[in-house]
Design a protein around this ligand. Structure first.
Ligand code: PLP
Length: 338
């Protein structure tokens, strides 16, 4: 009966026919010798888009963040990071395990901000007892929320005034750019380096780009090799990234509109505790609703959602159309009997 509509994540998108054609037609060479023209093009166009000198294609944003953090920090150095940030909590502890880099996690406010005074007091003095604090890492979007522009300005200026480098985990920063109406480079340009994920809302099946100054990117390239991310005829997958950047950025507005509509639908059912849409995400904190019963009811109607810690997360993306939103509306009406 129902085709499944999957709201768990924008990572579930399947490559479109046009993207698959671009992949099939990609001109390729050995990327480890820098001879893959499609990968070189993706790296150059991403660097330009993000206002950086150079770009480097990685298999995943996790590896791009790790290679980037390791390019900034040496063994025994320290990076400051939100304690709910992906680059601290959701990457297997890579910086500590593989990079011997000590994380200094700090609390994230609900809007993703790390308080400036917390950053200041976490920066270690120049004292042989202490690790050397090298890097501040921020995340944008954070649970779908774009970081406020003045916060990014103040936090990066603060870091710089203490001699720290700055890295943006911008896995979903295209959603932030589209959501706030600013140029991507206005976001990433405040940072020394940035990671952009191609396989979230951009809809590519695989890949990420790390971008920054040329000497830093060269260091990251050696580290990528060490981490096993030096790949060969990557044009086949880089072509999907190029296609994504050319076709799937401005259309993110549709995802954000649909997230708005989802949030309205949910707010008709106050028990669901719906928050406002945050770019392409909506969070529910249900109260007095049996979550398991609700999600099973939805699943029977082909609607898949995810979550945890008492919350349900709904993510809109390329494979969620208007009909999928209407299906959610009907299911909620039926479930709550109104
Ligand atoms: C998904 C995500 C990553 C990791 O991306 P992968 O390509 O899945 O490794 C990193 N940071 C943030 C903020 C993410 O959402």
């Amino acid at each position: 009966m129902n085709e499944r509509v999957d709201f768990r994540s924008d990572t579930t998108t399947l490559p479109s026919d046009g993207m698959r054609r671009a992949m099939a037609d990609a001109e390729v060479g050995d990327a480890v010798y820098d001879e893959d023209p499609t990968t070189n093009r993706l790296e150059a166009m991403t660097a330009e888009l993000l206002g950086m000198e150079a770009g480097l294609f990685f298999p995943s944003a996790t590896q791009a963040n790790l290679g980037g953090i390791m390019a900034h920090c040496g063994r025994g150095d320290e990076y400051i990071v939100g304690q709910l940030a992906h680059a601290y909590r959701d990457e297997g502890g890579g910086a500590a395990v593989l990079g011997s880099i000590q994380p200094q996690p700090l609390p994230n406010d609900p809007d993703g901000i790390i308080a400036l005074d917390a950053i200041t007091s976490a920066i270690k003095p120049d004292d042989f007892h202490n690790p050397v604090t090298r890097l501040l890492t921020l995340e944008n979007t954070y649970n779908g929320l774009p970081l406020p522009e003045d916060y990014m300005r103040d936090a990066t200026e603060l870091a710089r005034s203490h001699g720290l480098a700055t890295h943006l985990d911008g896995a979903r920063m295209m959603n932030a750019a589209v959501g706030t109406g600013c140029e991507p480079s206005e976001i990433s340009g405040r940072f020394d380096s940035v990671t952009l994920c191609l396989s979230k809302g951009l809809g590519a099946p695989v890949g990420a780009v790390f971008a920054g100054p040329k000497d830093l990117v060269d260091r990251a390239k050696r580290l990528r090799k060490m981490l096993g991310g030096g790949m060969r005829q990557t044009g086949v997958i880089a072509a999907a990234g190029i296609y994504a950047l050319e076709h799937n950025v401005s259309r993110m507005r549709e995802d954000h509109d649909r997230a708005d509509r989802l949030s309205e639908i949910f707010r008709d059912c106050p028990e669901l505790g719906a928050g406002e849409a945050r770019t392409n995400m909506v969070f529910l904190t249900p109260d007095g609703v049996d979550m398991k019963e609700f999600t099973s009811f939805l699943a029977e109607r082909g609607i898949i959602t995810g979550g945890g810690h008492g919350k349900l997360r709904w993510v809109t993306h390329l494979d969620i159309d208007d009909e999928a939103i209407e299906r959610v509306r009907r299911a909620c009406k039926e479930f709550f009997g109104r």
